[in-house]
Design a protein around this ligand. Structure first.
Ligand code: C2E
Ligand code: MG
Ligand code: MG
Ligand code: MG
Length: 278
């Protein structure tokens, strides 16, 4: 039966394929519901400097699904990317992050934090992306210097001049940029030189075995050196142990994010974490 299907190209009747298609359609409909009923929220993961102080946080999307409970982005962002729903979700995340920055700015006792927000390439590729962000900063009243956008190297398969133009117009207002998952994508060093970046983020896949795999150690060291010589800050993600942190520190990396410091937290728990260290 499978052989026939293959020969005739009647893939539509492949039961496995059909199941996958309907599962995807179901998830897409479910995401639509989730957006409609406000089931998405942001978690905040502390970013820590060499002295162990929190200087910022990364906003990470979560879905509080009525049946499945708390769902991580890995299981819905790929579908949302394909369906285009990432545009709605991403825009919601950015607006929520800006509103959160305004809330934090009202509390005079807290140190000002920089909030990093992930932006998918599809989102960034929109013609009016920069204007959209600038308008959002205006109507929320958030300080652009407190906002950092995390981009990925997949952006660089596009028209790089267009990418640079958008980044430049946002940077003129003070918005910062970090290159997420650095080392896993398509970056060419000549692009890296031209992009108006502030930070490189060492991908967690290199951090994970940094103590046991000499290749990962070499890559981590090289990214730090590259960042330093290009005048960029470097942050390591996925730091889970003190030994990893120490290794990174000894090799010139002075900003960290990972379970060793804290998991991503709901906003009230994140605020309690901040007060506890103050
Ligand atoms: P990312 O931006 O690279 O975020 C880092 C991921 O590593 C997060 O997964 C975080 O929870 C996880 N992580 C942090 N510390 C550790 C650690 O010490 N060990 C390990 N094993 N993992 C750690 P999460 O929250 O599941 O997010 C996954 C990805 O989903 C993110 O990867 C990002 O690409 C995407 N994402 C999350 N929120 C958004 C959003 O608002 N918009 C867009 N476009 N993408 C988002
Ligand atoms: Mg990120
Ligand atoms: Mg990352
Ligand atoms: Mg990652």
């Amino acid at each position: 039966q499978a052989k026939n299907a293959g020969r005739n190209g009647l893939r539509f009747f492949d039961p496995l394929m059909q199941a996958a298609v309907s599962q995807r359609a179901e998830l897409e409909a479910d995401i639509r519901q989730g957006i409609l009923y406000g089931q998405f929220l942001l978690y905040y993961q502390p970013q820590v400097n060499a002295q162990g102080r929190v200087f910022g946080a990364e906003a990470l999307l979560r879905w509080l699904h009525p049946v499945r409970g708390l769902v991580s982005p890995g299981s819905f962002i790929p579908v949302a990317e394909e369906s285009g729903q990432i545009l709605t979700l991403g825009s919601w995340a950015l607006e929520t992050a800006c509103a959160q920055l305004v809330e934090w700015a009202k509390a005079p006792h807290t140190e000002p934090l920089v909030l990093a927000v992930n932006v998918s390439s599809r989102q960034f590729r929109q013609q009016d992306f920069a204007d959209h962000i600038l308008a959002m900063l205006d109507y929320t009243g958030a300080n652009p210097r407190r906002l950092k956008l995390e981009l990925t190297e997949s952006l660089l398969v596009d028209n790089v001049d267009d990418v640079i133009a958008k980044m430049t117009s946002l940077r003129a207002r003070g918005v910062g940029f970090s290159l997420d998952d650095f080392g896993t994508g398509y970056s060419s060093l000549s692009y890296l030189k031209r992009l108006p970046l502030d930070q490189l983020k060492i991908d967690q896949s290199f951090v994970q075995d940094v103590l046991t795999d000499p290749n990962d150690a070499a890559i981590a060291r090289t990214i730090v050196a590259l960042g330093n010589s290009l005048g960029l800050a470097v942050i390591a993600e996925g730091v889970e142990t003190a030994a990893q942190r120490d290794f990174l520190a000894q090799n010139g990396c002075s900003a960290y994010q990972g379970y060793y410091f804290s998991r991503p937290l709901p906003v009230d728990v994140f605020e309690a974490y901040l007060s506890a260290q103050a």
